[in-house]
Design a protein. Structure first.
Length: 67
C-alpha cells in the first residue's frame, strides 16, 4: 500500500518532527529535512520523549495528544 500523500505527489515527511521548548523543531530522520513541523506525518513535543529532552526542563508537563 502506498502513502496517499506520496501518490498525490504532495510534500511531506514520513519521519517524526520534535518540537522543543524554545519553539524550534527538528526532524528525527537520518538525513537533513527542510520541511516544516506540520508537514511531518508524526509530531511530538520534546517533553514526551523518553528520556525527555534536556530543554524541556524539570517542571515540563507532557502535552495531550491531538485528536
Amino acid at each position: 500500500m502506498r502513502c496517499p500523500l506520496c501518490t498525490d505527489d504532495l510534500e511531506h515527511c514520513h519521519e517524526v518532527s520534535i518540537a522543543h521548548a524554545d519553539g524550534t523543531t527538528e526532524c528525527g530522520g537520518d538525513g537533513p529535512c527542510a520541511l516544516g513541523h506540520l508537514l511531518h506525518d508524526w509530531r511530538v513535543p520534546c517533553v514526551d520523549l523518553d528520556p525527555p529532552c534536556p530543554c524541556a526542563g524539570d517542571d515540563a508537563v507532557p502535552l495531550p495528544l491531538a485528536a
